[in-house]
Design a protein around this ligand. Structure first.
Ligand code: ZN
Length: 254
């Protein structure tokens, strides 16, 4: 679709008149009319405003001339998956899992590969095939090419180590020492836990990224501990094989 039809369609979808749209993006009604006739295309600044107003990417407004791919994980991007800056504008280089609130989620390619192969395995790939594919593809993406410049002076690694120390200070019975935390997408670890009052609750945001790990109980009885954290909380759960009978052991605000 061309920009003229896209703007018209979005304006109709949002039930705005040409006048109303013009006022929202600081142009004249005639300018809107010229866009919709295909005489002109909005300038870069106006495209940014339209993108925020309609919550679609600039790429979409321009008729999708580029096939957007997350420059960190390689995922093809639709508007709903594109990351945003803290001011709400789209960052069309990354998916919302790899970049959120001005921060990059992954600083270690192996961490990212470990997260991705779990999602890809079972979708026609074996875990090994998925791993090979990722190892091949990721170094060609700009995030990993430029990674040296994006490093945050070790602040993220320090934060991770701080969380590891806090987990170890909890001294949870039969839980081995935490050595490492991986980035995990909320949707894949958002387990429903039964509460003492009989209700069942989910505590996480499916779209957020957390740091966590799974540790086998020192008793060797097949039970596992699932640990999860972000800047706000620490959480420890235990469960049996394949996540059976999950039990929330601790949820602590930081
Ligand atoms: Zn990504």
């Amino acid at each position: 679709m061309e920009t003229k039809s896209i703007i018209l369609e979005l304006r109709n979808k949002h039930e705005m008149s040409q006048d109303e749209l013009a006022e929202k993006v600081f142009v004249t009604r005639q300018a809107v009319s010229r866009w919709e006739n295909g005489d002109t295309v909005p300038n870069t600044e106006t495209l940014k405003l339209l993108s925020q107003l309609f919550d679609v990417s600039i790429n979409t407004l321009l008729g999708s001339p580029r096939k957007l791919v997350c420059q960190c994980c390689g995922m093809p991007l639709e508007d709903a998956m594109i990351s945003k800056e803290t001011d709400g504008s789209f960052n069309e280089s990354y998916c919302k899992w790899c970049y959120a609130d001005g921060n990059y989620t992954y600083h270690d390619m192996d961490d990212l590969i470990n997260v991705c192969v779990k999602h890809m395995a079972g979708q026609g790939f074996t875990e090994e095939q998925a791993r090979e594919y990722m190892k091949d593809m990721l170094p060609n993406l700009s995030y990993w090419k430029d990674h040296k410049e994006l490093e945050d002076g070790g602040a993220f690694e320090k934060f991770k180590q701080q969380l590891i120390d806090e987990f170890n200070a909890l001294n949870i019975k039969n839980m081995p020492k935490v050595e490492k935390l991986n980035a995990l997408v909320g949707a894949y670890v958002n387990i429903a836990y039964p509460m003492p009052n009989g209700s069942v609750v989910k505590l996480l945001d499916d779209n957020a990224t957390y740091l966590g790990n799974q540790l086998e109980s020192e008793l060797g009885d097949g039970h596992c501990f699932g640990i999860l954290a972000n800047a706000d909380f620490l959480m420890v759960a235990s469960y049996g094989k394949d996540g059976a009978e999950p039990e929330l052991l601790l949820y602590k605000k930081r």
